[in-house]
Design a protein around this ligand. Structure first.
Ligand SMILES: [Zn+2]
Length: 507
């Protein structure tokens, strides 16, 4: 799962009980066992896989394992693929070396506190001269469009989510939108949400992005501390707090500042390659619609400091557990009665770098995106015990919600409809597909019991301690695997699910 500060769980939990006794129809799919999942996780999260970082030997071993299991299951490579089983994804790693940013108000140099601004450049060497600054608020209007003319300018943008729309993009995506709109640079005003030291380390450290002009950041990116931003506004004769307040309106159009910036940066740039792994289970009676299962295979790789006893972030829960479920779901669906529709399975790369593999797939799909009747993402699934209710990220299309309720009820699962899971919508691969209009759901127990999830996020998550042991709970993951087998059968059944827009409630 993608890193982000965990928002406090707010709403009280209430459950919609739809419990009926669990029963597997005669001749139905055999339940997925905890032992089967453990077998995969033990291997994928072993030190030999070095934490599964994209572009490493750990990637090679991970791909070989997943493809090997999918071949055993009976899946096929996507027909016509130049690189069977693999979708190559090109990346650029950038390591900042030097940076300098100075500001002028009406042509006169001003000094900001030394540590108040951090910048990094996109290319080996970047030089901005006299770039005019414009405060853009959240950078988008209520409709999600860039809200002002930023061509050739240094845009100064707010960090948090815009208060005037629940589905508006986060700051990374807004920054890219400003770059696409021609901004020379984007400085984000840091709030209290993330400690300044963490932002500074993030900008100063290596970053990875897609080698795709459409996904490129501005030539200069960085952060302004709240204090430095207020000081800059004050030197320009303006009130920073008042500007931030004005920006809370959906129709805010930005404000030019009598400020120009000179910014110089150097960086070491390294291209490298990684891969999404994609397989197909051809349907018995394909109707042009398809079901897509996905989960990210990557994790953080060697993450500890030199000299640490354990330097490998093994990513057992995040997300070897999800890949284990993808493998077993593929085995059940391929070995039982053949579903009507085509079913695709995808293990994505670089989710941890910002949903990058899923974003690449959404920009370069191997089947038309409009043919995907549902995408089901599986991430960080070994959290809860058996009996945990089913939560769904991506609710809101009545026909889909009804299908999930019906499938869960048939398995004797309770449904948790309190909406707490929605806080994770932008932190998982389904978001990248949903942004392109693919109905994307993440369904299961891991995002239903918030105290359990918070306990994981507050301890082993994204550290060397996320490794496999008998203590990793697999009961809920096994139940969620069965749920995904049943969801796959339901959404791939042309009689049960028409797969048309009117059914989804989306024209
Ligand atoms: Zn993660």
């Amino acid at each position: 799962m993608r890193n982000r500060l965990f928002p406090a769980a707010a709403a009280a939990l209430f459950l919609t009980a739809l419990a009926v006794p669990a029963a597997h129809a005669k001749g139905g799919d055999a339940p997925v066992t905890e032992a089967e999942l453990a077998g995969h996780i033990r291997i994928l999260a072993s030190d030999a896989f070095e934490g599964r970082a994209p572009g490493t030997g750990g990637e090679d071993r991970t791909i070989a394992y997943i493809v090997g299991e999918w071949v055993k299951a009976g899946l096929e490579p996507v027909p016509g693929s130049a690189t069977p089983w693999l979708q190559p994804v090109p990346f650029v790693e950038s390591e900042p070396l030097t940076s300098r940013a100075t500001f002028k108000v009406r042509g006169r140099d001003i000094r900001l506190e030394e540590d108040g601004v951090i910048v990094a450049g996109r290319d080996p060497s970047v030089s901005l001269r006299d770039a005019p600054a414009v405060f853009v608020g959240y950078g988008v209007d209520g409709a999600g469009h860039v809200n002002t003319d930023v061509r050739g300018k240094l845009a100064i943008m707010l960090y948090g989510n815009a208060p005037f729309g629940a589905k508006l993009p986060g700051y990374r995506e807004r920054r890219r939108m400003l770059a696409n709109a021609g901004a020379a640079g984007v400085l984000v005003i840091a709030g209290d949400a993330i400690p300044w030291a963490r932002l500074r380390d993030a900008v100063a450290g290596k970053t990875v992005r897609l080698a795709d002009p459409a996904e490129a950041p501005p030539s200069v990116s960085g952060f302004l501390s709240l204090e430095a931003a207020d000081a800059l506004f004050a030197r320009a004769g303006q009130d920073g707090a008042a500007a931030r307040e004005a920006a809370k309106a959906a129709g805010y159009r930005g404000a030019e500042l009598p400020v120009t910036a000179d910014i110089e940066t150097t960086a070491r740039i390294r291209p490298f390659a990684s891969n999404n792994v994609i397989a197909k289970l051809p349907g018995a009676r394909p109707d042009g619609k398809a079901v897509l299962f996905l989960g990210h295979w990557d994790h953080l790789g060697i993450c500890g400091e030199e000299g640490d006893a354990d330097r490998i972030c093994n990513g057992a829960v995040d997300n070897a557990s999800g890949i284990a479920v993808l493998i077993e779901v593929a085995k059940r669906l391929a070995s039982g009665p053949r579903p009507d529709r085509d079913i695709y399975f995808m293990a994505t790369t670089a989710e941890e770098k910002g949903l990058l593999g899923a974003t690449w797939f959404a920009d370069h799909p191997v089947l038309p995106l409009e043919d995907i009747t549902v995408a089901l993402n599986i991430d960080t699934i070994a959290i809860s015990p058996r009996g945990t209710p089913v939560a769904t990220i991506g609710r809101g299309r009545p026909a889909y919600d009804a299908m999930v309720r019906s499938v869960a009820a048939k398995l004797g699962r309770k449904v948790d409809a309190d909406g707490e899971a929605d806080a994770f919508a932008q932190r998982q691969d389904g978001w990248a597909l949903g942004a392109k209009g693919v109905p994307s759901l993440m369904v299961g127990g891991s995002f239903s019991d918030m105290p359990l999830l918070e306990a994981f996020l507050g301890s082993d998550y994204h550290g060397p301690a996320d490794e496999f042991s008998d203590k990793v709970p697999l009961g809920g993951a096994a139940e969620d695997a069965d749920l995904h087998v049943a969801l796959g059968r339901a959404f791939a059944d042309t009689k049960r699910w028409t797969g048309t827009a009117d059914q989804s409630g989306v024209p």
